[in-house]
Design a protein. Structure first.
Length: 216
């Protein structure tokens, strides 16, 4: 059995309409990472940190300042939400959301069409996405010791759904509840994945930090 700790990146550039504009931490996102790092350093030390290759993921990993080797595994990159949204607009006329309420309604539509294999053929398929993120977990587990992986909402929600055997409707609910710099723990037992903790934010539970509990 190997335990893996997954962390969602800090708050990015909310309101962005494309990946390039979204992919960097806000000032609050940097602060969230710093606070979480302080909390993690008070616990049992980690042996390594692995992040996806996206800027917001790398910045979060660096902001944790855990004092261990940091490597990059692009398999932890987020699903191409903006690409999927553009494909959905082209094929079904569904507008890309520009506020949080619209986003909450948009996510189920995107994931459902994607899961059914009805997106643009140039995009990564749902099955390919699941395969690559499971590959990243198996690679991390094979290194032994205690590992932190910094990734994104879609990765965490999908792995949680796989571990719990959830359908797409329930997975969508998870997708919308992964807070910035939240902590999630999984155990790999052979080829089986088990979820042991979802959405912990010990660094944001103080009354003066409640404002920093964000989802963007």
């Amino acid at each position: 059995m190997v335990e893996l700790t997954l962390i969602r990146h800090g708050q990015a550039q909310t309101g962005a309409q494309d990946e390039a504009s979204y992919d960097s931490l806000s000032d609050l996102g940097h602060q969230q990472a710093q606070w979480l790092g302080e909390t993690l350093r008070d616990g049992v030390p980690f042996d390594r940190i692995i992040s996806g290759g996206m800027k917001r993921q790398i910045q979060t990993a660096e902001g944790l300042a855990l004092g261990v080797h940091h490597s990059i595994d692009p398999r932890l990159n987020e699903l191409d939400y903006f690409g999927l949204a553009a494909s959905l607009k082209a094929s079904h006329g569904v507008d890309i959301p520009n506020d949080i309420q619209s986003f909450a309604q948009h996510v189920p539509q995107v994931l459902d069409v994607w899961r059914q294999g009805r997106m643009n053929g140039d995009l990564e398929t749902y099955d390919e996405f699941c395969s690559r993120i499971m590959g990243a977990l198996h690679n991390a587990a094979g290194q032994g010791g205690r590992t932190v992986l910094v990734t994104s909402t879609g990765v965490i929600a999908t792995l949680s759904a796989i571990a719990l055997g959830l359908d797409m409707v329930k997975k969508t609910k998870l997708f919308l509840r992964v807070m910035n710099t939240s902590v999630h723990k999984f155990e790999m037992v052979g080829d089986e994945l088990h979820l042991t903790q979802f959405g912990a934010v010990p660094h944001l539970e103080r009354p003066d930090r409640v404002y920093a509990q964000t989802y963007g």
